[in-house]
Ligand binder design. Structure first.
Ligand code: ADP
Ligand code: MG
Length: 640
């Protein structure tokens, strides 16, 4: 005993609700056997297409039972229905419903994409189907370059692509001239002769006459059936092509995306532009911003945020005992994260040059002091390490001292001054520094080598202080802790204190944070704008291609295949935009830096911007892709 192919029991379909409620099918009982050729006839609006959609698993019945090959399908989910459509049904529509931007052979291949059949097998099969249907010389024609009859033959080839058992044809000749119509009917008869079940919907009695069995519908009910009992078993057992269950491969989705993007070139370029500008702007902004931040930060650092001052005496102790030595300074200078450590001794002393004399502060220190204080010489040189080593009798004068001792524009460099009867040769003049914020004239100073000062001028062994410069990028607080530990070890007790310029450090940190935040938000906004553009265009794309989505679903695309297709399309747009944006960003940044604006070019913003663009494709593509995936196949097919 053979199982019926299709068994409908009291099948009902109700559209709408309440006052708009309409029962399109009111209790259909129907059995179709494998290998039948059935024509369903009825006037327009009688429910033929509704029945066809139910038979082809494009839609679910409101009530009743539908058994396909013995198993109930009326309760199946979207995935399983898609599988049935993919494997068992081939649709032929009145309007052909070909994908306009793909050529004939690609159109025929579509169902195989969703069955996961490899490209080579797919191509060969599509070619042989088209050749068999007399379109061997039209393989690369787009639908717009084919006649109606040819398009319908392409759509029949597509229906056969996955080896469908059942061909469902809804008014397949409705849009064709009589000759083409007869040709299509002939093809359907051939398919039936091969053993396929053909269900043909028509309102044309002449067309219906070519079928073996004729079922008439009026107002959603079967009013006559020329006989399903005398069904014939299939004349030929066909071999089905092997198929895998894998879905749409990502590269196939990318190929579909590419085709659709190319078909709308101008629109694609505009959307791309949004992403290109977004990514480019992020790269340029960050490069300029980082450059500017570096400059601002280094200016603040020049004010001394990278300096630590070690003083004798325990913290909080007012009158300090002398405890720090030049050896302490040398030991500190060897710690990691420290650029230099300058020991300092000072005293008040009268300097004389010729007839002029002046009481000033003499500072004995090392050669690092000038750099550390960002205090360059205006003339001559600063102290050298050899001066310190050799107890050299040299002095560097502050601007005030130089002016006082050498009035009338005499050049002091090379001249000798007397400091308490010790002759010192002037080797350099410091650039003017002005007063401190509390009014002390900083230029009223004479700087001598530490050794000279200790031994010949001030006669002190112990230091007033050690100024330490932290290396760029090193953590000031960690360095401070290291110095503390070192001196504690050397002295055995905390008879010193370390001070940092906390306010300046905080202002560096805050400036950095503020600038980073500012740059980050500019970057985020520009990418967001690009993303909204992508979302907008994807929504348009989904709306425009609703019918195509319907066709893809009819030939067996799962909701997630449709979703993947649109997500990949968004990703392709954003990926192309990211690549172009990186190029534009790099070129523009390079141009800006060539014009003299400081820029800091690093890899992370480039990688980050490109990654963000892809992420945006994913996030902003998700909503349109979901919208596409959730479309109802029947509605999608009905869209225009
Ligand atoms: P046929 O294909 O025989 O011309 P259909 O099956 O397309 O007829 O439609 C049968 C009836 O159901 C028609 O009266 C039509 O207006 C109605 N109908 C079809 N689809 C819908 C729908 N989505 N919502 C409401 N009514 C519908
Ligand atoms: Mg119809």
């Amino acid at each position: 005993m053979m199982t019926p192919l299709i068994e409908l029991r009291d099948l009902r379909k109700v559209y709408g609700d309440g006052p708009t409620r309409f029962e399109a099918l009111s209790g259909i009982d129907l059995t179709i056997w494998p290998g039948e050729f059935v024509a369903i006839v009825g006037s327009s609006g009688s429910g033929k297409s509704t029945l066809m959609n139910l038979l082809g698993c494009l839609d679910r019945p409101t009530a009743g039972s539908y058994r396909f090959q013995g198993s109930e399908v009326s309760e199946l989910g979207a995935e399983e229905l898609a599988r049935l459509r993919r494997e068992s049904f081939g649709f032929v529509f009145q309007q052909y419903n070909l994908v306009n931007n793909a050529d004939a052979i690609s159109n025929v291949e579509v169902p195989a994409l969703y069955a996961g059949i490899d490209r080579k097998t797919r191509r060969e099969r599509a070619r042989s189907l088209l050749e068999r249907l007399g379109l061997g010389d039209r393989l690369t024609n787009r639908p717009s370059a084919l006649s109606g009859g040819q398009q319908q033959r392409v759509s029949i080839a597509r229906a056969l692509m996955n080896g469908a058992e059942v061909i469902l044809a809804d008014e397949p000749t409705g849009a064709l001239d009589s000759a083409s119509g007869a040709e299509v009917l002939g093809l359907l008869r051939d398919l039936h002769a091969e053993g396929r079940t053909v269900i043909l919907i028509t309102h044309d009695p002449a067309v219906a006459a070519s079928a073996d069995r004729r079922i008439e519908i009026v107002d959603g009910r079967i009013v006559s059936d020329s006989g399903g009992s005398n069904a014939q078993p299939p004349a030929v057992q066909r071999k089905k092509p092997s198929r895998s269950t894998g879905g749409l491969a990502p590269w196939e989705a990318a190929a579909i995306a590419w085709r659709s993007l190319r078909a709308n070139r101008f629109r694609t370029v505009l959307t791309l532009l949004g992403i290109v500008i977004g990514v480019g702007a992020v790269i340029v902004m960050l490069a300029i911003g980082d450059g500017a931040r570096d400059e601002v930060v280094s200016r603040i650092e020049q004010m001394g945020s990278d300096l630590l001052v070690v003083r004798p005496g325990a913290p909080g102790q007012r009158s300090a005992e002398a405890t720090l030595t030049a050896e302490d300074a040398a030991a500190i200078a060897l710690l990691p994260g420290i650029r230099s450590a300058a020991p300092e001794i000072s005293g008040s002393m009268t300097l004389r040059a010729g007839l002029q004399d002046l009481r000033t502060t003499v500072l004995a220190t090392s050669e690092d002091y000038g750099d550390m204080q960002n205090w360059p010489v205006q003339q001559g040189d600063f102290l050298k390490s050899s001066d310190v080593d050799a107890y050299a009798p040299v002095v560097v004068l502050g601007q005030t001292v130089a002016d006082a001792l050498f009035p009338g524009g005499r050049d002091p460099v090379g001249a000798w001054v007397l400091a308490q009867n010790v002759p010192l040769q002037v080797v350099g003049i410091l650039s003017p520094k002005g007063a401190t914020s509390w009014g002390t004239d900083q230029d009223d100073i004479a700087i001598v080598p530490l050794t000279t000062g200790q031994l010949r001028l001030l006669g002190q062994r112990y230091l007033r202080s050690i100024t330490v410069q932290v290396e760029r990028g090193a953590d000031v607080h960690a360095v401070e802790a290291a110095i503390d530990a070192l001196l504690l070890e050397r002295h055995g007790l905390r008879d010193f204190s370390i001070r940092n310029r906390a306010a300046l450090i905080a202002s560096v940190e805050q400036t950095q944070e503020t600038l980073t935040l500012l740059l980050g938000s500019i970057a985020a906004v520009s990418l967001l704008v690009g993303g909204i553009g992508v979302m907008n265009i994807m929504l348009v794309s989904v709306t425009e291609r609703t019918r195509e989505i319907g066709v893809r679903m009819a030939v067996g695309a799962r909701p997630r295949d449709v979703m993947a297709q649109f997500l990949v399309e968004a990703l392709v747009v954003c990926g192309l935009g990211a690549v172009a944006g990186v190029l534009v960003g790099v070129v523009v940044t390079w141009g800006i830096s060539a014009l003299g604006t400081p820029v800091l070019f690093t890899l992370p913003p480039i990688v980050g911007a490109a990654a963000c663009a892809l992420l945006i494709g994913l996030v902003f593509g998700l909503m349109p892709a979901r919208k596409a995936a959730q479309l109802d196949p029947v509605r999608a097919l009905g869209a225009d």
